[in-house]
Design a protein around this ligand. Structure first.
Ligand code: COI
Length: 363
């Protein structure tokens, strides 16, 4: 698919960009351009065509107030990053995995799928237009946010017949701000994230909207993220508000909740599983309960816990707050296995460690 390009006449100045890149934080600043592709359904309302692929100046989206995304939340998104290597070249990490997940989410949300190569090309074209925005600091990257929204103006509840796919980009440092340090997690007992047959495995805005009240509860309790348990027994560990979770057991074995249909299949999660196996570590994808977390920390059987995701990379978890009960030590330093995996993953992404799995794609 050919992309047309209208470059911005209102680009941020070199000084403004330099100020942002000096301290990018996470998700607060956006580059000068956006990639867009439109979709319209055929007569049958189900199949259709993508057209008008373009790079255009970043700015507000003109949308009809009746657009169905605004009423019924028919939306999906992805998250991946562009990394600047020492020679100035720009690379992204496993973009086909994100493209495939976008299409799985699209199927669940009754949105159209997008050719994987077109997905990657949309990233390539946007990064080319905004290449000066790719940071080069330690642990920094250009966060890419592809998303798909239902734009048809129609209040009946059915799959929209007009859809827009877009990509925006935002320079990113540590998701939790400042230096990397272990974070506190709050257990949500009042709210579930997803249920059987629901959208838990899809990356859709609705899952995140449903998590926000629990996230507020976490913040009120001094925590950075919320942990959701399985909605059936309120006991099995599922995932955090925006990341997957791993446990490092005595002897080095890794445990992470198995994918049950209510958990998001993280690209970082699957990369960590591979990197751990490469190190000769055993990895178990299985049910792990809050009770096992409690007993494992108390007995020393669980040595480290960490969160992972594109935004979070690998972030150590210090303490789990379950009401008044505190499991773990908020002041304990990050664990050795956690940090070794983080260094290796970031090393591959930034081109300082050999990409032996062919995960990187040049943009
Ligand atoms: C990502 O890691 O890319 C996500 O979409 C999660 C969100 C917390 C930013």
């Amino acid at each position: 698919m050919e992309f047309t390009e209208v470059l911005s006449t209102h680009r941020k100045s070199d000084q403004e960009r330099a100020d942002v890149l000096a301290n990018p934080g996470f998700g607060d600043f956006f580059t000068d351009h956006t990639a867009v592709i439109d979709w319209a359904a055929n007569e049958d309302g189900r199949n259709g065509n993508w057209s008008n692929a373009r790079i255009e100046p970043y700015g507000p989206i003109a949308m009809d107030p009746a657009a169905s995304v605004l009423h019924y939340g028919q939306e999906i998104f992805e998250g991946l990053k562009a990394y600047r290597h020492a020679d100035g070249s720009i690379w992204t990490f496993r973009p086909h995995a994100n493209a495939a997940r976008l299409n799985r989410s699209a199927e669940r949300l009754a949105l159209p799928t997008l050719d994987e190569e077109v997905f990657v090309e949309s990233l390539r074209r946007l990064v080319k237009a905004d290449v000066q925005w790719v940071p080069s600091g330690d642990g920094e990257a250009l966060y890419l946010r592809p998303f798909m929204i239902a734009t048809e103006a129609f209040l009946g509840v059915r799959a929209a017949r007009q859809v827009s796919y877009r990509v925006i980009a935002s320079p990113a440092g540590n998701y939790f701000g400042g230096e990397l340090k272990p974070v506190g997690i709050w257990v949500s007992h009042n709210y579930a994230r997803a249920g059987r047959g629901g959208t838990g495995a899809a990356k859709c805005g609705g899952n995140y909207a449903a998590s926000l009240i629990a996230q507020l509860e976490a913040e009120e309790n001094g925590c950075k993220q919320v942990l959701f348990l399985d909605p059936f027994n309120d006991e099995a560990v599922e995932e955090l508000g925006g990341m997957n979770v791993f446990f490092v057991m005595k002897g080095g074995k890794l445990v992470t909740p198995r994918l049950t249909g209510t958990i998001l299949e993280g690209v970082t999660r699957s990369s960590i599983i591979q990197l751990a196996k490469d190190r000769g570590l055993e990895v178990e994808e299985r049910t792990i309960t809050l009770g096992e977390w409690r007993e494992g920390i108390a007995s020393g059987y669980i040595e480290e816990v960490f969160a992972c995701g594109t935004a979070a990379v690998i972030t150590p978890i210090g303490v789990l707050k379950n009401g008044d009960e505190h499991i773990g030590d908020p002041d304990a330093p990050a664990g050795a296995v956690t940090m070794a995996l983080r260094t290796e993953l970031l090393g591959i992404q930034t081109g300082v460690i050999e990409d032996r799995h062919g995960w990187l794609e040049q943009l």
